[in-house]
Design a protein around this ligand. Structure first.
Ligand code: 9MR
Length: 353
C-alpha cells in the first residue's frame, strides 16, 4: 500500500487544509516574499526627503483594512487625491464648486498628520463637457481657468498643485481645449492664477514619459526655461513614473534627467509611481519589479532636489492599471490582500536600507 512519509503525514495531521490547499501553498511558498520591516515615510525622512506617500481615492476609504494601513503615517506621510480634486469632481457645472470628496481627503491628511499634495488644476482629462465643448473664446476660457485654479488653490492653502500633461510623447503640445483656444498661454494663465490665490502654494507641472532623457523631457525643460524667463511661477516638475517591469529607466538615466530639471532652478518629485507587469505575476516578474522600484527610489535618493515620492496607490486591490491596460496589473508594492511584495523591499533598498 502507498504510504506517506511520516513527516508529510504529520504535516497533514497538524494542518488538514494542506490536503486541499497543497499546490497553492507550494506556489506561495516559492514566490518571493517581502522581509523588510521599514516604515517608508520615516525612512524617507531619515534620508533627507520630505515625504514618502501614496495617492488615495474616496471609494477606497470604506475598506477598513485599507484605511488601517493608510492611517499609519510612519508608512505614508503624504497623500494625493486620486480623483476628487480633478475638474469634473470640483467644478462639475460652471461656477458651482463641490468640495465634499476633496475635503474628505484633505481632512484625512490633516487628522493623520500627512502632507497633502493637491492634484491637477488644469488637465485635458476628466474635464466636464462645459469646459471642453462650450466653444469659449480665449477671453472666456482665460476667466474659466483663472476662476477654477484660483478657487481650488485658495481652498487648500499651502499645498502643492499640478498643471498636468501638457505634452504629447513627441514633445509637441497636446491638442486639447486649453492649447487649441489659448496656445501655450494657458500655462502661465493657470500658474499665475494659482500663485495669486495662494502665494504659499507650490506649483508643479506633472507629466509621464519625462522621467528619462528624450524629446518629451527636453520639451518640458524648454518649457521650464521659458516660464522662468517670463517670471511665471514654477516651483517643480512632477515625474509621474508609471513604469513597466523590466523597462523601467535605470537609476543613472533617471538621475541625469532629474539633474537636468534641478539645474533649471526647479525641484522634482516622483508623483504617481507604479510598475506594472503582464499578468500573471511570476516570481521572476516580482523580482524584477523589486529591482525596478529600487532604481526609481535610488534615483530620487541621489538627487537632493528630488523632494519626495508618491505611489499611485499602494495596493494592487485599488490600482488603476488593470482597468486601463487589459491583462496587466500587479503594479503596486502591496498585493490585493494588502500583503507587502518584494517591491516593498525594493523601495527600502532604494533609500539605502
Ligand atoms: O488613477 C486615476 C483613475 O482612477 C482614473 O480613472 C483615471 C482617469 O483618467 O485617472 C487616474 O489617474 C491619472 C492621474 O490623475 C494623472 N496621471 C495618469 C493617472 C493614471 O491614468
Amino acid at each position: 500500500m502507498f504510504q506517506l512519509p511520516v513527516s508529510i503525514a504529520l504535516l497533514f495531521l497538524l494542518f488538514p487544509t494542506l490536503a486541499v490547499g497543497g499546490p497553492a501553498l507550494v506556489e506561495r511558498a516559492s514566490a518571493p516574499q517581502s522581509t523588510s520591516t521599514a516604515k517608508l515615510h520615516t525612512l524617507a525622512k531619515s534620508k533627507g526627503k520630505l515625504y514618502f506617500g501614496s495617492a488615495t481615492d474616496n471609494p477606497e476609504l470604506t475598506n477598513t483594512s485599507y484605511v488601517a494601513q493608510l492611517d499609519d503615517s510612519t508608512m505614508f506621510g503624504q497623500t494625493t487625491a486620486t480623483n476628487s480634486m480633478k475638474w469634473d469632481a470640483t467644478e462639475p457645472n460652471q461656477g458651482q464648486f463641490t468640495f465634499s470628496g476633496a475635503d474628505q481627503i484633505a481632512n484625512l491628511a490633516q487628522s493623520t498628520g500627512k502632507l497633502l499634495r493637491g492634484h491637477n488644476c488644469v488637465w485635458h482629462n476628466q474635464l466636464p463637457s462645459w469646459v471642453s465643448n462650450s466653444g469659449f473664446t480665449a477671453a472666456q476660457l482665460t476667466a474659466v481657468i483663472q476662476n477654477h485654479c484660483g478657487t481650488l488653490v485658495a481652498r487648500y492653502k499651502g499645498r502643492t498643485f499640478n498643471l498636468s500633461e501638457p505634452f504629447n510623447d513627441d514633445g509637441t503640445f497636446r491638442s486639447d481645449v486649453f492649447f487649441n483656444t489659448l496656445g501655450t498661454s494657458f500655462i502661465p494663465i493657470a500658474l499665475n492664477a494659482a500663485r495669486q490665490a495662494d502665494p504659499g502654494a507650490k506649483l508643479y507641472i506633472n507629466d509621464f514619459n519625462i522621467e528619462f532623457p528624450g524629446v518629451k523631457s527636453t520639451a518640458m525643460q524648454n518649457l521650464v526655461r521659458t516660464l522662468k524667463q517670463s517670471n511665471t511661477p514654477i516651483d517643480g516638475i512632477g515625474l509621474q513614473s508609471h513604469f513597466i517591469v523590466g523597462i523601467t529607466p535605470s537609476t543613472a538615466s533617471q538621475v541625469q534627467n532629474m539633474n537636468a530639471f534641478t539645474a533649471l532652478g526647479v525641484e522634482v518629485a516622483i508623483t504617481e509611481l507604479d510598475v506594472r507587469m503582464t499578468l500573471p505575476a511570476t516570481p521572476a516578474l516580482l523580482a524584477q519589479q523589486k529591482t525596478d522600484y529600487t532604481s526609481t527610489v535610488a534615483a530620487c535618493q541621489q538627487v537632493k532636489g528630488c523632494v519626495g515620492i508618491t505611489l499611485w496607490d499602494w495596493t494592487d486591490k485599488f490600482s488603476w492599471v488593470p482597468g486601463t491596460f487589459a491583462g496587466q496589473g500587479a503594479a503596486c508594492p502591496w498585493d490585493e490582500n494588502f500583503v507587502k511584495k518584494p517591491a516593498f523591499d525594493g523601495i527600502a533598498i532604494g533609500f539605502g536600507n
